[in-house]
Design a binder for this molecule. Structure first.
Ligand code: SF4
Length: 563
């Protein structure tokens, strides 16, 4: 028998690479899901995806008779424009049949008629495999079978002209979407989003809030409120991070600590801490960031994974437009100054002496906010930011309790290098925010070197500098002031004093990292999405909202404030 392909078969242009058959699932589920996965390369394997993979690895049963069989093999077709891996193909009644194995349940005809049926996307997928198979074998395949393991049933799918036309139409649609530079809009069907593996990246509810501010706010957002992984800070020297199976082993003079890979979102190596290339490769594979930081807290490098081309082109296109840059810079500077203002107001509330001492600075910061809101240039925003920072740090001591030693109080802001203990603490905390923002920017696929406000004057990536402005007060100044007021810093053992600069000692560094990591586990109610989430999730949420500013819906980025 010969393959029964129509003469008007879709012919892929030579430059159009074939598309995964698996992508048909995404397409039928939601066009935006297809675009995010297949065009932008954004995958998020949740438990359902892992379970499906395990099923394919473990449970495709072998035949117990002498029938001819092919198992788990690659098929592709330039003319059809598809490629994939067929679970199994078997001879049944003299004809080849394509088999698909699914972990879940089958569809039923109706609530009263429980006859098993294939889900539409499974039906299309098995038909595509059958068409690929017949091209490869040169024989007609007239049937596909789908095994639903949870129901223990097999559904037969006839491969007729109708379904062949559906497969070709779907391929055409996928090609059209792939040529488009824009993400399709979020699905109208909110139920789909709740089960979607890419909801964390897509943020459909946050997008609906910007389009329909009323009503949408009542719906739960789908962004996870807690980090399910933690950052591994390797501060001890000598130390070497190795990989063994699915664990990271941190070897030091004191012994070996074993941490399961799935519990780690980043490995941060301080000073001379080492990591093997096997461990780096495993981290890249598992999307675990690897970052090198000096003992002084400066980020010197990190491992970057390739890809995300479309995302970056959209970012470049947007951030070369001065009006978009100005708008984002205005949002960022206003948010930063508002944080400083609100923190000074909150920190001096109920303390008449401190409030009176800070009042003049508070007024100046208030005016800077209102001018920044109307600023029409990046230079004027830089001016307002500078004015606000001067007045904020001028009153910083009003946030500190009388019990805080004079050596730990503000005596003017100094940075490169910090000349006193408080400046040393501030700079170290800002470096940790820098590292976190940089890791997150790379993890979600943006380009850190392309920002909207800071100029590329140093090696520091401008987008990291831009976005970290939102987090200085929230993630570091507030917990630092709290810890100073609780008397948690020792002016002798936590610092190393040199002529002209002050560093943290090993002990001080560990204390700072612990304070920062603890802050990341505390919760905050986001005023825009009205969702309570850990500070550690906040950076990713803001960056994903930032990307939305040039990917379909704007207005949600930079709206976080102190309540
Ligand atoms: S979250 Fe919703 S809109 Fe976004 S890709 Fe998934 S189904 Fe589509």
């Amino acid at each position: 028998m010969t393959a029964n392909l129509d003469s008007n078969d879709t012919v892929a242009a030579p430059e159009e690479p074939p598309i995964r058959v698996m992508a048909l699932h995404a397409l039928l589920y939601c066009e935006r899901l297809f675009y995010l996965e297949e065009v932008e390369g954004l995958y998020e394997a949740d438990e359902r995806v892992y379970a499906g993979r395990r099923l394919h690895e473990e449970r495709v049963p072998k035949l117990d008779d002498d029938s001819r069989e092919l198992r788990s093999f690659e098929v592709s077709s330039e003319s059809l424009g598809l490629f994939g891996k067929v679970d199994a193909a078997r001879i049944r009644d003299g004809d080849w049949v394509a088999y698909e194995h699914k972990k879940g349940r089958c569809k039923r005809v109706s609530s009263s008629d429980k006859t098993p049926m294939a889900w539409p996307s499974d039906r299309l997928q098995v038909a595509a495999y059958a068409m690929l198979l017949e091209e490869q074998l040169g024989q007609t395949v007239t049937q596909g079978r789908i095994r639903y393991h949870q129901d223990n049933v097999t559904v037969r799918v006839p491969i007729d002209d109708l379904i062949r036309a559906e497969v070709r139409a779907a391929v055409e649609m996928m090609r059209r979407l792939r040529r488009s530079g824009d993400r399709p809009p979020v699905s109208d069907n909110e139920k789909l989003c709740r089960r979607c593996s890419l909801r964390v990246i897509c943020l459909p509810e946050e997008e609906r809030i910007t389009v329909q501010p009323e009503g949408a706010r009542d719906r739960a957002t789908l962004f996870p409120s807690r980090r399910d992984r933690r950052t591994l800070h390797v501060t001890t020297v000598p130390a070497t991070v190795k990989r063994s199976a699915r664990q990271l082993h941190v070897e030091t003079d004191e012994g070996t600590k074993k941490i399961p890979m799935e519990q780690v979102d980043a490995v941060v190596l301080y000073g001379g801490a080492q990591i093997t290339s096997q461990a780096i490769a495993a981290c890249v594979h598992e999307k675990v960031a690897v970052q090198w930081v000096t003992t002084g807290g400066r980020v010197t490098g990190m491992v970057e994974t390739p890809g995300r081309v479309r995302q970056r082109i959209r970012q470049y296109t947007a951030l070369t437009q001065s009006d978009i840059c100005l708008q984002l810079a205005r949002v960022t500077v206003v948010a930063k100054i508002q944080f400083q203002l609100q923190y000074l107001l909150r920190g001096t509330r109920g303390n008449e002496i401190a409030r009176a001492a800070a009042q003049a600075d508070i007024e100046m910061i208030r005016r800077a906010v209102s001018r920044a809101e109307k600023s029409e240039s990046l230079d004027s925003l830089r001016g307002e930011e500078g004015i606000a920072a001067r007045h904020y740090f001028s009153s910083f001591n009003q946030l500190l309790s009388d019990r805080v030693a004079a050596s730990l109080r503000m005596n003017g802001r100094t940075k490169h290098p910090p000349r006193d203990r408080l400046n040393c603490l501030l700079s170290y905390g800002y470096s940790m925010i820098f590292g976190l923002v940089q890791r997150t920017i790379l993890a979600i696929g943006l380009e850190p070197a392309f920002g909207y406000f800071h100029q590329p004057r140093t090696t520091a990536p401008p987008l990291v500098m831009d976005v970290m402005e939102l987090f200085r007060t929230l993630l570091w100044e507030m917990p630092l002031v709290g810890s100073l007021n609780r008397g948690q810093w020792d002016e002798t053992s936590d610092f190393e004093i040199y002529p002209g600069h002050v560093w943290l000692s090993d002990e001080g560094r560990k204390k700072a990292i612990t304070l920062f990591e603890t802050r990341l586990t505390e919760s905050y109610r986001h005023p825009y999405t009205d969702q309570s989430l850990e500070y550690g999730r906040m950076v990713e949420l803001e960056l994903r909202l930032l990307e939305k500013e040039w990917s379909g819906s704007s207005g949600a980025f930079g709206q976080l404030r102190i309540r």
